[in-house]
Design a protein. Structure first.
Lengths: 572, 354
């Protein structure tokens, strides 16, 4: 009966909710709707004449290079999805439901590969598996005494690209499936056993069908990530001589720019994303799978017995490919002269560090820009998300929930599509934001808004409205209640959301690549530029800086709840 | 004049009206219980009084001053009331002491006085030893007492309680009922208490207000409500009862099914010809022999008998297929299937308004 939607003493002396609501509606509309509007507008405008035309959409179907890029992108994404699912599901089961040793550490390591920006992973695989200079191929040649044209693996291929992307997208499937397995109540499985089902039958008939939605949903997310990714394909597919759709859209921005065609080419990507997200939502939201919130019993653990070592080998193999080898390759390259050098005291050098930090002119500006933008974006997004979720969850300003819809919408806009839209919106004589960091700030805010909003609204939902009402009836005004009661209770969530957004921002490349100029270089863009010139040592130094910054921030985010967090667990 | 007055109070959400013109007067220092099934509008009524919800019609007056009407709502913080919530709503980031002191600090009381008042109320609620604990470190009953202490310490004009005991286990709930009554007797705040538990209402209230479907069904002392229910709803809701429907034969005699004639010693003696008669389980006399009377008696068969330690619970099927529930002392042990005579003493039969 105590509905949270009830209006609370609306006639207090100063009511800020309406102006706030209006301001936020405006800001969110500008962030989300404006780029989409210009995208649609330019896609219908002729690049040569300027009049209204359908030529761009006709070119989309008629131009074989565009069609091929879409075809390759989609088949690549599907292959990534399948591969990620094949790797992640058995691993999730081993970690969640067996007596595999070191399960906690494995989980942590997989989460760590979440933090790895995919383009750094792609570069690590360049170092490992390029046909000529790749470490694996050098070792292979010297082991068998082969001539330099021979190679074992080649990352500059379609399958190489699929592999490199899957290595860094499988955590999506892994996390969803492992969490689902954690939550499948063991009594459902016990019920099957008691009815006479053997272990394998129970696994096949009960456990797997129950986590199937999580598997599908995770796979869809992996597919979506692969489809909309710019960095890895740009690093691996371009040398291989083919385009996927994101790199193709980017190439349309090269001279002579064909903005209308780029806009038209971006729209199908937007539509595919929306469709995939809807599919994912409907799979996860299906009735009957809601048991996944059950609270009964600890999950049953399968004894692996003599299979244990097979399982350990499998998990070790996967972790080597996705974490150990790439990270070792990056570390080695950062501290030795060239990729091919053996590791000994003679080859160890800080040359690349010196070059990146002191000699290369672009670095300092890029570092400053990156961390400044990370800081600004994280702060702005957290603040907006905080107010929006407060309005949506606590107040019944009619229409407040549309703010929530707007704040969630960018989740369906791929970075490259948003990049095109923002370029079209702000790189014109009216705004002239192109070439400033403000256009990047707008892009990052839009991209990160859904994540920030999601975190803040679930945090608000965790603060019982009666806690605030108790403050009111004891004599505190609305603002005083917010300050004394709501704010302290949300503090840890706010810090976590801030860090989350910060980490997401400093690794962004898809939208950045279209919006950056010489004056507004970011670390991610420099890494991409340096890759063009083949300076892998410098890239690895920058990659390590990004990774250390990300892990430092994640570490802080994880530590903060510990500070005075003990009493946070029981809420009223 | 009554201290707290609800006058034609109405609240609706869209087309759904949840409080339909409630009139109620509460004298200063009384404890009033709003009792009813879930969805009857009792919690909304309480939230209207607290000022969390603006009214759509009618008025709420405290000490003659209007605090809520269709046009204006004094915000909760300006009402000098306090409230105990179903979830206790203890602030998890503050210690017991800080929780209780919060309201006093808002009133800009000097530090020394705050400390003294908090200590007094904490010892009255046996919480002094726990002052530095966080709510998460307390048991359910202790949390409940903190929430009481926090509400009482600010000396509110009106104290509101929203199903305060529904999250406690049965033993603790019984103990806390008496505790709430004891604290009320000690501090004498005008109190509105919402519950769906009739035993809770009986123990604590000076006046019970039975609500149903957004309206007040009946209000009166616990004895009034139990002994003299005005409607079938009240009779059924408060305490176990048997209801016989029938037609009014003459002023105080009701003709029920299968020739059962009940003379009613009290209740509504005029009105429509269709009526119902209520008689409590424990007011029915059960015997294995007929007592010879023509009215207020019938014969039936025992269909269920349960031994409950203090008494036996009987279910008797009478002519016409109706089931009558009654209780008898433990030594009256009649096996299932045996014929029994039921006697309904006229002074215990109550005719109800329809």
């Amino acid at each position: 009966m105590t509905s949270i939607a009830q209006v609370q003493g609306r006639r207090s002396s100063i009511d800020l909710s309406w102006p706030t609501f209006a301001l936020l509606s405006l800001v969110l509309s500008v962030l989300v709707l404006l780029p989409l509007f210009w995208l649609a507008y330019y896609s219908l405008r002729s690049d040569t004449g300027g009049g209204a035309t359908l030529d761009n959409f006709i070119a989309l179907v008629a131009d074989p290079t565009l069609l091929r890029a879409y075809g390759l992108a989609i088949s690549m994404a599907l292959a990534v999805g399948i591969l990620a699912c094949l790797i992640a599901t058995p691993m999730a089961w081993l970690v969640a439901r067996t007596d595999l040793p070191a399960r906690r550490i494995i989980r942590m390591l997989v989460t760590a590969s979440f933090v790895t920006p995919p383009f750094i992973g792609a570069i690590a695989y360049e170092i490992l598996a390029a046909p000529n200079s790749g470490i694996v191929n050098i070792i292979y040649r010297s082991a068998f005494g082969l001539d330099p044209s021979q190679y074992l693996v080649n990352i500059y291929t379609f399958s190489g690209l699929v592999f490199a992307i899957a290595c860094f997208t499988f955590p999506y499937v892994f996390t969803l499936v492992a969490n689902a397995l954690d939550k499948v109540p063991s009594d459902l499985e016990d019920a099957s056993s008691i009815l006479g089902g053997k272990s394998m039958t129970t696994l096949r008939k009960v456990t797997i069908p129950l986590v199937l939605p999580a598997m599908l949903a995770g796979t869809l997310i992996a597919i979506l990530q692969a489809l909309t990714m710019f960095g890895s394909p740009a690093i691996l597919a371009l040398p291989a001589g083919f385009h996927v759709i994101t790199t193709k859209i980017w190439s349309l921005f090269q001279f002579p720019p064909r903005l209308g065609l780029a806009a038209a080419a971006a729209l199908p990507l937007l539509i595919i994303t929306v469709v995939l997200l809807r599919a994912q939502k409907s799979i996860l939201g299906r009735k009957g799978y809601t048991v996944l919130g059950g609270k009964s019993g600890t999950p049953r653990i399968t004894k692996l017995g003599s299979w244990k070592w097979v399982a350990v080998a499998f998990v070790f193999c996967i972790l080597s490919l996705t974490i150990l080898l790439p990270y070792l390759a990056i570390l080695k390259t950062a501290f030795t002269g060239t990729v091919g050098d053996p590791i000994n005291f003679d080859t160890l050098t800080l040359r690349h560090w010196k070059f990146v930090l002191f000699e290369f002119s672009a670095t300092q500006l890029a570092l400053r820009n990156t961390f400044l933008l990370g800081f600004l974006t994280a702060t702005a997004v957290t603040a907006i998300a905080l107010v929006v979720s407060y309005l949506v969850i606590r107040r019944s300003v009619p229409g407040a929930r549309y703010l929530g819809v707007l704040a969630t919408a960018p989740v369906a806009i791929p970075g490259i599509v948003l990049g095109v839209g923002l370029f079209l919106s702000y790189a014109n004589p009216t705004f002239q934001l192109y070439g400033t960091i403000w256009i990047l700030l707008i892009a990052f805010m839009t991209i990160e808004l859904p994540a920030g909003y999601q975190q803040m609204s679930s945090a608000f939902a965790g603060v019982h409205p009666e806690l605030e009402e108790a403050g009111r009836i004891m004599g505190a005004s609305r603002l005083r209640t917010l300050w004394d009661i709501t704010a302290p209770l949300l503090r840890t969530s706010v810090v976590a959301a801030w860090c989350f957004v910060f980490v997401g921002t400093i690794r962004e490349l898809s939208a950045t690549i279209l919006l950056t100029t010489a004056n507004t270089k970011l670390v991610s863009v420099i890494i991409y530029d340096l890759n063009e010139s083949g300076d892998l040592g410098a890239i690895c130094v920058l990659g390590i800086i990004l990774l250390v910054a990300s892990f430092a921030v994640v570490f802080v985010a994880n530590r903060v709840p510990v500070l005075g967090g003990s009493q946070m667990n029981a809420r009223g | 004049m009554a201290f707290l007055e609800l006058d034609g109070l109405t609240k609706s959400y869209g087309s759904l009206t949840v409080v339909k013109g409630v009139n109620l007067s509460v004298d200063k220092g009384k404890l009033v219980c709003l009792l009813g099934p879930s969805g009857c509008g009792k919690t909304t009524t309480l939230r209207l009084v607290a000022g969390f919800v603006p009214a759509n019609g009618g008025e709420i007056r405290v000490g003659g001053k209007t605090v809520s009407s269709a046009h204006s709502t004094v915000p909760p913080e300006a009402r000098n009331m306090s409230m105990i919530f179903q979830s206790y709503a203890l602030w998890p980031h503050m210690t017991v002491y800080e929780n209780v002191a919060y309201g006093l600090k808002l009133r800009r009381m000097p530090q020394a006085q705050v400390t003294e008042l908090v200590r007094t109320i904490l010892s009255a609620t046996q919480l002094l030893a726990l002052a530095e604990r966080y709510p998460g470190e307390l048991s359910g009953g202790q949390q409940q007492r903190v929430s009481l202490a926090r509400a009482l310490v600010i000396k509110p004009e009106i104290l509101l309680l929203d199903e305060p005991l529904s999250n406690l286990d049965a033993n603790l709930r019984e103990e806390m009922r008496f505790e709430i009554r004891r604290l009320h007797d000690e501090f004498r705040y005008t109190t509105v208490y919402v519950t769906h538990d009739q035993a809770e209402a009986m123990t604590t209230a000076d006046i019970i207000v039975v609500m149903n479907d957004g309206r007040i069904e009946q209000s009166g002392s616990p004895e009034d409500i139990y002994e003299r229910p005005a409607t079938e709803f009240v009779a059924r809701f408060i305490g176990g009862t048997n209801i016989f429907s029938g037609t009014r034969n003459d002023k105080d005699t009701v003709l029920c099914q299968a020739g059962l004639v009940l003379r009613c010693g009290n209740g509504t003696t005029d009105g429509s010809s269709k009526t119902a008669v209520s008689i409590r389980h424990h007011d029915i006399e059960l015997s294995t022999k007929p007592n010879g009377a023509n009215t207020n008696t019938t014969v039936g068969t025992v269909t269920r008998q349960i031994y409950l330690g203090s008494h036996r619970d009987y279910l008797v099927s009478i002519a016409g297929g109706e089931m009558v529930r009654t209780v008898a002392p433990v030594n009256v042990a009649i096996p299932v299937g045996q014929e029994v005579w039921l006697h309904f003493p006229p002074e215990k039969c109550r005719a109800l308004a329809q």
